[in-house]
Design a protein around this ligand. Structure first.
Ligand code: ADP
Length: 256
């Protein structure tokens, strides 16, 4: 009798725990949803004034202004560049907030997608005489084609931008048991050990002025991490033994 009472109490306790666990999960997902909505609304609101400024700037830039001095032209150039940067940031924030609604049950031919990214980034690589190498097994996975393209694109674009002249970028993809493993390695400047984990934070840049010079807004890897998260995968960064950086992405769920 005493034993069954103890069991009964344990079951009660477990029930209580599961109720509070469910409540907590509910609150957490509500908080996430509120944050997502806020980001989406803020980005939407910012889009209109930015687009208006862009129209005015385009109009101004397309007209000849013989009376303008060098200082005015320099100011206009700077404003145009900053407006462009803001536009990129707002677009990325909007994309991120819309991830939850994107379909993730498409069959993706990983090797073909990597080839497409490499072909699209070839002109950028040529500017720095960088060799792009694809070493992918013929594999498929389930996910959002457009998001996985963006993920690989962001990683390869960074591998080119933060590389040395005449460097190399290698993309590998293979299946290990039920997992799809994708790696992007470069022969670039590398990332200091104490900052490696922080590169996934929004707006974080190792060298602010250099990234800005290269056209970055500090959201590429935050976006990559978010894409991996919605596909229930993982993304990590490690130093390349021969100098440079390697980003490893692993997908378990949904791969076929
Ligand atoms: P950004 O738009 O500045 O490139 P990201 O989120 O894509 O923003 O990257 C964050 C920062 O991480 C970059 O500013 C850069 O300092 C560093 N980083 C990203 N990829 C690499 C890489 N392959 N090699 C060296 N540093 C990198």
């Amino acid at each position: 009798l005493a034993d069954s009472r103890i069991e009964e109490n344990q079951v009660k306790e477990l029930n209580q725990l599961s109720i509070s666990y469910n409540k907590m999960l509910g609150r957490l997902s509500h908080a996430f949803e509120t944050q997502r909505q806020f980001t989406a609304n803020a980005a939407h609101e910012l889009r209109t004034p930015l687009a208006l400024m862009q129209v005015q700037l385009d109009l101004y830039n397309s007209t000849r202004h013989p009376d303008n001095d060098a200082e005015t032209l320099q100011t206009i150039k700077m404003v145009t560049e900053q407006n462009d940067r803001l536009g990129k940031m707002v677009k990325t924030l909007l994309d991120m907030s819309e991830f939850q609604t994107v379909s993730r049950d498409e069959k993706i031919i990983v090797d073909a997608l990597v080839d497409e990214v490499l072909a699209d980034l070839e002109p950028l690589a040529q500017e720095k005489d960088i060799t792009l190498i694809g070493k992918c097994e013929s594999i498929t996975m389930m996910g959002s084609d457009v998001l996985i393209y963006r993920l690989v694109y962001n990683l390869v674009e960074n591998a080119i931008r933060y590389n040395h002249l005449g460097g190399q970028v290698t993309v590998t993809a293979c299946r290990k048991e039920q997992k799809v493993c994708l790696s992007v390695s470069d022969t670039g400047s590398g990332i200091p050990e104490n900052l490696r984990e922080r590169v996934f934070e929004p707006f974080f840049r190792v060298d602010k002025s250099r990234s800005r010079e290269l056209g970055g807004v500090g959201l590429g890897l935050a976006l990559a991490r978010e894409i991996v998260r919605v596909h229930e995968g993982s993304i990590t960064v490690r130093p390349n033994p021969s100098g440079g950086t390697i980003f490893d992405v692993t997908f378990t769920q949904g791969s076929i």
